[in-house]
Design a protein around this ligand. Structure first.
Ligand code: NAP
Length: 281
């Protein structure tokens, strides 16, 4: 496939619209379909073709990208047009589980459709920029010829022919992100409103950036560099300090894992009763 491979995008939500815009920007002929057709107006003004039906959209391109709310929506839309999709390549960037992806791949194979699953590791404004990357797995025969096209959306990371791998990595990465978001929310709740903006930009962001590598490498679980006894005292102080700031107990959830590790390792003598209570909850 060449740089100008025609591409169809099904779904123009926040993400699908961003994908379509990036491909238009890169010079690809883009056909779009969305349940709410007006969402295509801006893209049509920039050169996209609005398809009236899913079948019209599918027939327009050898590469069809689905970016919908969930697999149930995708199945409902694509099952009736399986004959039209046959012989084309389907890249599904809809969030789901490994089982969803494997079921969709089996359905596609049964209809002569080459299937690649994907997980978008970016928000819509990041699409097409240097910080976006997208996980792919499934048919390598479909992925390889479209890789250059897909690179316009974000760096491509092909994980292998098991279609469940991309959603598995996606969900694991999202788990880490939501854990980080919980910690950030807790941290921000400890700081008064008049200091919040400066705290976030000048301290929180650089701190998270510096810690991301060591945490991912397992530093927090490293008994030598970060002894659990030391962490027990630190966590107790974090919890007491947060309580002193009136931070709601519900925000402590992300601290449960390290607290439980400490209790399991027999360092719970260093935890005050309040923290033990949270850890054993
Ligand atoms: N936004 C992000 O930051 C982000 C990041 C990474 C991955 N993703 C993934 O990208 C996918 C799309 O997300 P999004 O942000 O674009 O969500 P969204 O803005 O809520 O868009 C959902 C899309 O699904 C369509 N849809 C929903 N129900 C439908 C139905 N019953 N029949 C037909 N179409 C239906 C919507 O059509 P209408 O416009 O007609 O409602 C819209 O095109 C999701 O799997 C999401 O997890 C999103």
């Amino acid at each position: 496939m060449t740089e100008s491979t025609p591409v169809t995008i099904l779904g123009l939500g926040a993400m699908g619209a961003g994908l379509a815009a990036a491909l238009l920007e890169a010079g690809h002929p883009v056909t779009v379909w969305n349940r709410t057709p007006e969402k295509a107006d801006d893209l049509v003004a920039r050169g996209a073709v609005r398809a009236a039906t899913v079948a019209d959209a599918v027939v327009a391109s050898p590469l069809v990208i689905a970016c919908l709310l969930d697999y149930s929506v995708m199945n409902t839309l694509l099952d009736p047009v399986s004959d039209t999709l046959s012989g084309r390549d389907l890249v599904n960037l809809t969030n789901g589980t490994p089982e969803h992806a494997r079921t969709a791949a089996a359905w596609a194979e049964g209809h002569g459709i080459r299937y690649v699953d994907g997980g978008i590791m970016a928000t819509p404004p990041l699409i097409g920029g240097p910080d976006a990357f997208i996980l792919y797995s499934g048919s390598q025969a479909a992925f390889d010829p479209h890789q250059a096209t897909l690179e316009h959306l974000g760096a491509t990371r092909y994980l292998g022919d098991d279609p469940g791998l991309a959603p598995l990595y996606d969900l694991a990465l999202l788990t880490a992100m939501y854990g980080m978001a919980a910690g950030v929310r807790h941290a921000q709740a400890m700081i008064s409103e008049d200091r919040a903006a400066e705290f976030s930009s000048a301290y929180l962001t650089p701190w998270l950036q510096a810690m991301a590598g060591p945490i991912a490498a397992g530093a927090a679980a490293d008994e030598e560099g970060s002894p659990l006894g030391m962490q027990a005292v630190g966590l107790a102080n974090i919890a007491e300090g947060a309580r002193g700031q009136g931070v709601p107990m519900a925000l402590f959830a992300h601290l449960l894992t390290p607290m439980r590790d400490i209790v399991a390792a027999g360092h719970d003598d260093l935890l005050p009763p309040l923290i033990k209570e949270i850890a054993n909850a």
